[in-house]
Design a protein around this ligand. Structure first.
Ligand SMILES: Nc1ncnc2c1ncn2[C@@H]1O[C@H](COP(=O)(O)OP(=O)(O)OP(=O)(O)O)[C@@H](O)[C@H]1O
Length: 344
């Protein structure tokens, strides 16, 4: 078995803000490691301290105590020019790149090696082309940054970080402005990059479901700064995932991997049978109507869902009654009437 290589490690790290005599601790006593070849997602509710941690790890913000080691060296001992060869940071803020072309922005990633006025070597050009290819944007090379969509610009910033050729890449909410297919694409791209180039990638995100699917490890930051780490599935099964996002009347559904409104608060509960896809979407539609659903019981109100050659049929049975509908819209309309009748 190959031994994991730790590229970034914190020891008894406390992060936060100091202003005059007041100190605001965001998170304390952190012992975290980022390993080569792994993509780690940093998740947590708003205000938990994800950006503070990212900025601290990237050396943009002083830590309150403890230390951060980058490839074995203390971050505080590294000169900015040396750090830039080891760690790159991609921020979400809109990039003010003026009238620069994609190629020019990606070329800036080589600055730690060439200096501001440095000439590009063949090796530099090779790294720039590889970065453009890895992010799927070589055809945008000559386009100006302001002519790109937010998603395309996000890829350019990732390409610039790749051109910087560091073993560690930190990204603050890299999927923030992207549509769903681009979010999925970005997460898979980052995961593949970590695997293929043996880089350590840490990204903060609010994409819980995508992080659960693609991250090798999660860092779950609770309100108050405590961090639970581990493989996503372990954190789901041991309850850490749910407790990091604990909110009144919300619960985490372990079978679908999604958060829902607490079933016990629903005025009407219905049992469902049918295949899993049909149940999944029916559940979603009914929960929006505040109708709870269960699949491992038969309630007074029961829906059997079947897919026939002419479409999907929802058969609703209660007492001696049977009703059949062919869309979730019609089902919701029927159930709304029943719900109003049973709600005191
Ligand atoms: N410069 C600052 N001085 C003092 N407190 C700050 C400063 N910047 C942020 N904070 C506070 O630190 C806490 C953590 O903020 P941070 O931006 O790190 O959270 P986050 O998890 O990234 O949030 P979000 O998901 O909303 O982006 C918040 O309470 C915030 O108000």
């Amino acid at each position: 078995m190959s031994k994991s290589t730790s590229l970034l490690a914190t020891r008894n790290l406390t992060i936060g803000y100091k202003s005059g005599n007041t100190t605001k601790v965001i998170s304390e006593n952190l012992n975290l490691t980022l390993e080569a070849g792994k993509m780690v997602c940093l998740l947590g509710p708003n205000g938990a301290g994800k950006s503070t941690l990212m900025r601290s790890l990237a050396g943009l913000q002083n830590v309150l105590s403890g230390d951060i080691r980058i490839e074995g060296e203390l971050l505080s001992d590294l000169k900015p020019s040396d750090l830039a060869k080891k760690l790159s940071l991609v921020l979400t803020e809109r990039i003010e790149a003026g009238n620069l072309t994609v190629q020019e922005v990606v070329t800036l990633g080589r600055t730690p090696y060439t200096g501001w006025l440095g000439n590009l070597s063949n090796y530099d050009r090779e790294r720039i082309n590889l970065a453009l290819e890895a992010t799927g944007i070589p055809e945008y090379k000559l386009r100006r940054i302001h002519q790109l969509s937010d998603g395309e610009r996000q890829k350019v910033m990732l390409a610039r970080a790749l051109a910087q050729d560091t073993n560690i890449i930190l990204l603050d909410e890299p999927t923030a402005h992207l549509d769903l297919p681009s979010r999925v694409e970005m997460m898979h791209l980052l995961h593949n990059l970590a695997r293929k180039s043996n880089k350590a990638i840490l990204l903060s995100t609010h994409e819980l479901d995508l992080a659960l699917q693609t991250a090798d490890q999660l860092w779950l930051m609770k309100q108050g700064g405590e961090i639970a780490t581990g493989v996503p599935e372990d954190l789901v099964l041991n309850g850490a995932f749910e407790s990091a996002f604990a909110k009144k009347d919300f619960y985490f559904n372990r079978s679908s991997g999604t958060f829902s409104i607490q079933e016990s608060t629903f005025p009407l509960n219905i049992s469902l049978s049918g295949n899993q896809d049909l149940i999944f979407w029916t559940k979603r539609a009914l929960e929006r109507e505040e109708i709870g659903t269960l699949t491992d019981a038969v309630f007074r109100y029961h829906i059997d869902i079947t897919e026939t050659s002419s479409g999907i049929v929802w058969q609703l049975k209660w007492d001696e009654n049977i009703s059949m509908v062919t869309s979730l819209e019609s089902l919701a309309n029927e159930l709304r009437v029943i719900k109003n009748a049973v709600t005191p």
